[in-house]
Design a protein around this ligand. Sequence first.
Ligand SMILES: C[S@@+](CC[C@H](N)C(=O)[O-])C[C@H]1O[C@@H](n2cnc3c(N)ncnc32)[C@H](O)[C@@H]1O
Length: 388
Amino acid sequence: MNKENENFEMLAKTMYGFESILADEVKELGGTEIRPGNRAVRFQGSLEVLYRMNYYSRLSLKIIKPLAEFNAKDEQDLYDKTMGIDWSKIMSVNQTFVIDSTVHSPHFKHSHYVALKVKDAIADRFRKELGRRPNVDPKNPHIKVNVHISNNRVSLSLDSSGASLHKRGYRKGHGMASLNEVLAAGLIVLSGWDRKMPLIDPMCGSGTIIIEAALMANDIPPGSFYREYLFHNWSNFDSELYKKVISEKKKDTSRDIQIIGSDSSTEQIRVARLNIRNAGLSDLISLRQKEFSKLLPPSPEGIIIMNPPYGERIKHDNLVELYKEIGNQLKTEYKGYKAYVLSAKPEALKFIGLHPSAKYILYNGEYKSLFQEYELYEGSRKIRRDKD
Ligand SMILES: C[S@@+](CC[C@H](N)C(=O)[O-])C[C@H]1O[C@@H](n2cnc3c(N)ncnc32)[C@H](O)[C@@H]1O
């Protein structure tokens, strides 16, 4: 295990499309030799950076520490090479552990079987050396080992986070289609919001976008809601260093920033209010219960970020009407604003009837989605007529 000042390799996992904004965040939080990859960013850093990433990163799902990489031709080879690692340097025999496996390979068909082989190899290595083995605890393990196999290439890593970091801990009530918190934070970062202008989510559902915006704007770390990280169980855990890291940045709620959530559903507004209260943000976010067609802007300029319904429970005709209505409202009432719309129904977005000035492909769970930017300047309506 690495000492306090030693740098080592880490990998922050994120969502598709957020690799470069996460790379910027890693840099800000002290990582070096930053290399964005596929749904992940690799970097170097000390234990301090590992703690900081877990506590302050808004765009990471997990921070993992690679342990070993090797080629394996089959399960036996995987077992032998995993057994070759001195696991007593990584965990104690008295700790519980679990294996998490992801397999993309024609040579290893069952990720369950891969996990079993790695578990056996670790247990057998301990048994060979100490005559006894650590127990497996699938629910609340002290140590989580990730196995990732791509073709013949095996990567073994230690999960420093535990539960995914999108589970901030403030969400008590779920909406009909609540966004993942990391996805919501990423939308805000992609929008380039300056954390000063008014920000509105007119279809706020359970409030994820407005809550993440209020956390960002007031420098409230996502880790400040109680949660346990697995690095607390590592033999090199340095509680003084961790205390230092979490007291580095203080929240600042003295700024006067308008963050507004609105939704047509009374039930969704109730859920949003509950989540906002749990996040301690009741004084920093205002809520309205309104149809978007009746919601007027609070100021001449601002930013809208929204995630309208996308069709699982809504009929096609209603969806077309809804997106047309969104376009009309933006064009007539929100001139001077920038609007960002995330939809898992890209074909519905064209009914907004505005030219997007930027487009991002993202994933909302398994749904391939588009996140589009619209600049609502005075000529918006004219441009649409020209195109039609
Ligand atoms: C996909 S959900 C938004 C989920 C939200 N981003 C979250 O994280 O919980 C869409 C929301 O749009 C609301 N909605 C649908 N039609 C609306 C309208 N015409 N005006 C305002 N809100 C509307 C629904 O009540 C629902 O809460």
